[in-house]
Write a protein that binds this ligand. Structure first.
Ligand code: URA
Length: 426
């Protein structure tokens, strides 16, 4: 049992730039989870952490305290090694969908405990819920059985996993304290370590559509998370990847499922394929699996077979038609040239305004809403050709979505796109 402290003493210590002791951290995280530290007190502490920071040992202890607030899962009884991926979130980021079955088809079990989206970035569960019949909620025995039989599970993280983080993340969301590196790193890593994966790859997004808009901040976040994972015995690496431009050619729940299925069928946009294969390579290496080429598993249909089994195991019909929006609106190119810029934040906001995302956790999302872009930076366009197709069930949403796109793209004369993978942190 943690030593007794006082919330105001802990807040003051951090407010004045001091470091929190192990016992202060253990106490405050535990007392907050049990409702003994008030929301307004934790909100003051989160703001003090955002402004003053935490040193490495404070972050390690904070993460351990969040893990200790709930259950830990154990996959050591499975017949194959486990690996997972976490993305810090971006626009059009559907990579988990093709990646989980692909890595499973290579012989590594993938327990993807995911969340729903908030704001302009989409959530993996929202995307899969566009598939008729698919259910996100699995019990722990169901999760284990599916991991053994199919090899891949994408489901909702149970309430027992790092409950301190569930409470704290909801509070940070409404108090302007999401963007603190110690809090982001401990939030993500407490869930991944409690989940019990053997290996982990982090996709840390950088750019206008990401939490981290500078490469320097993204590198610091990645370093902090890789160290936390490694210290906890999880083989962890990170890729820093561009999120100035959205991934693929669409953002929106059902639209992204369709694009993921194209990738699993051996096609799909080259950037989505490139990132899927890069992350698969990291996961296989982390799990100690060598001599399997994930590109072959896309080409020979085995990743698709695993996808179909994974969707069916959770009640989904992999052959069912995906929902179609009742209304579409097309935006055309005003001149011929080359697309020189497509801003991830503008596209994410447009998709959100069309109904693909939610403003509050309890809001519903439209499964068919979203944005398709018909050119990516570096591609030629002709005057009058469609640049964007907007999808929604409620046409009143078009005006604000078009306003979000305004200024979010440019046509010029030439452009060489920047690399997608910017750095690797081990
Ligand atoms: N994702 C999380 O799970 N936690 C954060 O703090 C930020 C992104």
């Amino acid at each position: 049992m943690a030593e007794r402290h006082d919330a105001v003493e802990v807040i003051r210590a951090k407010r004045d730039g001091g470091r929190l002791s192990d016992s202060q951290i253990d106490w405050v995280v535990d007392a907050y989870t049990r409702g003994l530290v008030a929301e307004e007190q934790m909100s003051a502490l989160a703001m003090a952490i955002l402004l003053r920071g935490m040193d490495r040992l404070e972050i390690v202890r904070w993460t351990s305290a969040m893990i200790a607030s709930g259950e830990r899962m154990d996959f050591s009884g499975l017949s194959r090694p486990t690996a997972d991926k976490h993305s810090t979130g971006g626009v059009g980021d559907k990579i988990t969908l093709p990646l989980a079955p692909l890595v499973a088809a290579c012989g590594v079990a993938v327990p993807q405990l995911s969340g729903r989206g908030l704001g302009h970035t989409g959530g993996t569960l929202d995307k899969l819920e566009a598939i008729p019949g698919w259910r996100a909620e699995l019990s722990n025995p169901e999760l284990m059985a599916q991991l053994e039989d199919v090899g891949a599970v994408i489901c909702a993280a149970g309430a027992g996993l790092a409950p301190a983080d569930k409470k704290l993340y909801a509070l940070r969301d409404v108090t302007g304290t999401v963007e603190a590196i110690p809090l982001i790193a401990s939030s993500i890593m407490s869930k991944k370590i409690a989940e019990g994966t053997g290996a982990l790859v982090l996709d840390v997004k950088v750019g206008s559509g990401a939490f981290m808009t500078s490469l320097e901040d993204a590198r610091e976040l990645a370093r902090t998370m890789v160290d936390l994972g490694t210290d906890a015995g999880v083989r962890t690496t990170a890729l820093l990847t561009d999120m100035g431009t959205p991934l693929g050619r669409c953002a929106g729940n059902g639209l992204e499922v369709a694009e993921s299925v194209e990738v699993l069928a051996g096609g799909g946009p080259p950037d989505v394929v490139e990132l899927t294969l890069a992350l698969a390579g990291e996961m296989l290496a982390g799990a100690g699996v060598t001599g399997v080429d994930p590109a072959e598993k896309l080409a020979d249909g085995s990743a698709m077979d695993t996808w179909r089994a994974m969707i069916a195991a959770q009640g989904g019909d992999p052959d069912a038609a995906l929902p179609k929006a009742r209304e579409t609106e097309v935006l055309t190119a005003p001149r011929a040239g080359v697309l020189t810029r497509l801003d991830a934040m503008a596209v994410g906001l447009a998709g959100w305004r069309l109904g693909a995302g939610r403003a509050r956790r309890e809001d519903p999302v439209q499964p068919a809403a979203g944005v398709e872009w018909h050119a990516r930076p570096g591609e030629r366009v002709s005057a009058g050709q469609p640049l964007f197709t907007l999808h929604t069930d409620e046409p009143a949403r078009f005006e604000r979505a078009l306003a979000a796109l305004d200024g979010g793209w440019e046509i010029g004369d030439s452009h060489t796109p920047a690399p997608l993978v910017l750095d690797r942190i081990i």
